[in-house]
Design a protein around this ligand. Structure first.
Ligand SMILES: *Cc1c(COP(=O)(O)O)cnc(C)c1O
Length: 411
């Protein structure tokens, strides 16, 4: 079994020691929840203070021009585009994933007139499925949701499918879909692919252009560390940009918003998928948070992600198996993202007790404890110490107290 000393040695050779220093890590905290809300980059904190005091406080309305606020959704979109293999001018920051999904799904369906099936899998994030269900109620003839088991998604693609809506990494099982293979099959069948990068972008190589993905959406508060509720992004393949139209038309997607014309003329390219005024403070925090990525080797990051996940699984299975913990999802690292769920009896109380010891993960109903690993700041000793505390609290039944059983709103 890997020892604490082995972990300390691996940390000493870790090329990401420097990037860890770019985050605020509260004293004594082991944070394994970067898949839900990333740690705060120090640069984001500094930039926020400056923006609040100077740009908002002092420059007010003139800041839209003076500090480039107006262009930020596209400027930050390009930064994200580079990080997900999306190229220049194909990504824009806007709204949240749910709203962006509505926009790209309506655009994709309109490009596949005569077909109406949106194919997805039952493991997809509920909000993604809700958006399609709402669209189906609005446009019953043009949209019909079909869900299959995750393992069946690839084989269920056929000539009737208009759009395959796939979330690359499953938020519970950590299972990774082969998006390139899905795109290949979909295109052979004349269907389009909408990919949700929520649990993959920022922690594994994503190559939207190389894989020829048609549309993509992603969020920035998880592995991109943009802060609570930081805005999402969307990608439109350049092949579709002149024809794709958002069903949500707002003045920020207009070709000339300050002409205040009464009729909508779409802006060039992906920009037309913006809706209304963006949340500038969040966008500025995100802009600063993304500077952490300068010089980061994506392959090295992915390799460390796999190593952290594999170590966590190894140690939990060695130390906690007698308490009924069972790995959720595939065992092969090539088939996984960068978070791990274990079925755990009394999982909610166990996670609350673990958080009380300073190790933060989360709980997903009905019985899963979940841990996310961001190689930019998580160390091998983090993983070791987290499992050690988990094992001790299970051995001593420390979770068996009334205060750990009361379910809070956010789990
Ligand atoms: C986190 C997550 C979301 C969140 O959607 P928002 O509308 O941005 O809150 C959506 N889809 C998936 C797959 C997620 O993991």
């Amino acid at each position: 079994m890997t020892t604490r000393n082995d972990c300390i040695m691996r940390d000493a050779e870790d090329p990401f020691q420097l990037s860890r220093k770019k985050f605020h890590i509260p004293e004594g905290l082991i944070y394994l929840n970067g898949n839900s809300l990333g740690l705060m980059p120090l640069a984001a904190k500094a930039r926020m203070s400056k923006v609040v005091a100077e740009e908002w406080g002092h420059d007010l309305i003139t800041a839209w021009n003076k500090h480039g606020w107006f262009h930020l959704p596209r400027v930050v979109g390009n930064k994200l585009g580079n990080l997900v293999g999306g190229g220049e001018n194909n990504v824009v920051v806007s709204d949240n994933i749910s709203v962006n999904l509505f926009k790209v799904l309506t655009a994709a369906l309109a490009l596949r007139k005569g077909r109406n099936t949106v194919l997805s899998d039952v493991g997809n994030f509920p909000s993604d499925l809700y958006v399609v269900q709402g669209l189906q109620r609005l446009l019953p003839d043009q949209c019909s949701l079909k869900t299959v088991e995750p393992e069946q998604l690839l084989s269920a693609i056929d000539e009737r499918v208009a759009v395959v809506m796939v979330t690359e990494v499953d938020y519970r099982t950590g299972r990774k879909h082969d998006v390139a293979a899905i795109v290949n099959k979909a295109h052979q069948c004349g269907a389009l692919v909408v990919s949700d990068l929520a649990h993959s972008a920022g922690v594994m190589p994503v190559d939207l252009l190389a894989d020829d993905v048609d549309f993509a959406v992603g969020c920035t508060y998880k592995f991109f560390n943009g802060g609570p509720g930081s805005p999402a992004f969307l990608f439109v393949n350049p092949r579709h940009q002149s024809k794709a139209m958002p069903a949500l038309q707002g003045w920020w997607g207009h070709a000339n918003p300050f002409a205040f014309e009464t009729t909508f003329t779409p802006a060039e390219g992906v920009s037309r998928f913006q809706t209304g005024t963006p949340a500038i403070l969040s966008l500025v925090a995100l802009d600063a948070a993304l500077d952490v990525w300068e010089g980061i080797d994506r392959q090295a990051l992915a390799a460390k992600s796999k190593a952290l996940n594999a170590l966590f699984i190894e140690l939990v299975e060695a130390r906690c198996a007698s308490h009924g913990l069972k790995l959720v999802g595939p065992r092969k690292m090539e088939e996984r993202g960068s978070h791990v769920c274990f079925h755990c009896p009394q999982g909610y109380a166990v996670m609350q007790a673990l958080i009380a010891t300073g190790v933060v993960g989360d709980f997903r109903a009905p019985d899963m404890i979940r841990f996310g690993f961001q190689p930019l700041y998580n160390s091998f000793s983090d993983v070791h110490d987290a499992v050690e505390r988990l094992a001790v609290l299970l051995d001593n039944r420390e979770w068996d107290r009334p205060e750990f059983r009361t379910q809070k709103t956010v789990t």
